[in-house]
Every structure is written in structure tokens, then in C-alpha cells.
Write a protein that binds this ligand. Structure first.
Ligand code: ZN
Length: 132
């Protein structure tokens, strides 16, 4: 049976084990190099220009340049192990899960970008609604 994914560009069907390797468009849109299949670890030389492949994947040798963003086996089992697929690209690679406190802007002006301390509250009064 022929697969509908054999000729697609951003879904690389492994010619060896038929695993569907999803090449995420953000990092693979323009790509030339070697991709490691998430199913059988075979290495494939592949080239994409503006999200369109130049040729069918060709067998290549290690080391690989990139892993797919996500993969799926022929019986629809997902492969999300980060030793087989790439982690998603982050908007800020240095993000640690919490904003970094700042008290000065890029231009040197003071900004309130830090959590308040008890000392910051000296002289302030509790907020009240007018009229009551
Ligand atoms: Zn494979």
C-alpha cells in the first residue's frame, strides 16, 4: 500500500521503518543537512527550501544535524522522548520559568519590575474605595 506521506515535504516518512517524522516549519523551513529518524535512528540527508523538499530523503551516515520536532509510528503511537525528538523552540532561550526582576529599563530609567518588600510599603496606606 502506498502511503500518502511518501511525497510530503515537512512530514518525512522514514523509507526504512515508515515512522512519520514531523519537521516543525519554524526550524526546518529552510534546511539542508542530516535528520535522524525518531523510530529507527537511521540518518537521512534532506534539503528544504521555503518548506518544499528538493529531493526524496537519501541515506546518509552519522552524525546527524537535527532531530524531528515530533514523530509518530505507523500505528499512531507518539514519540515524544527528547532523546529522539527536538524540544520546541523557545521565544527566549534563557527563560527560567519566572520573569527576571528589573528595577531599571534598558534606557536607564527606574521601573517597577521587582516584587515589593516590606521597606517599599513604609509610608503607604491601604487602598480604600471612595464613598463608603
Ligand atoms: Zn526510521
Amino acid at each position: 500500500m502506498s502511503s500518502p506521506f511518501r511525497e510530503t515535504s515537512l512530514i518525512l516518512e522514514c523509507p526504512k521503518c515508515e515512522t512519520l517524522n514531523y519537521l516543525d516549519p519554524f526550524t526546518f523551513w529552510n534546511f539542508k543537512g542530516k535528520i535522524k529518524c525518531a523510530g529507527c535512528d537511521a540518518i537521512w540527508a534532506y534539503e528544504l527550501v521555503n518548506g518544499t523538499r528538493k529531493a526524496a530523503p537519501a541515506a546518509a551516515t552519522a552524525p546527524h544535524d537535527k532531530m524531528p520536532g515530533y514523530a509518530q509510528s505507523k500505528d499512531w503511537k507518539t514519540i515524544t522522548d527528547f532523546s529522539k525528538v527536538n524540544k520546541g523552540p523557545q521565544a527566549r532561550e534563557d527563560f527560567q520559568g519566572k520573569p527576571i526582576p528589573i528595577s531599571k529599563s534598558k534606557r536607564g530609567n527606574p521601573v517597577s519590575g521587582t516584587p515589593l518588600t516590606a521597606a517599599d510599603l513604609v509610608g503607604s496606606r491601604p487602598k480604600q474605595f471612595a464613598g463608603k
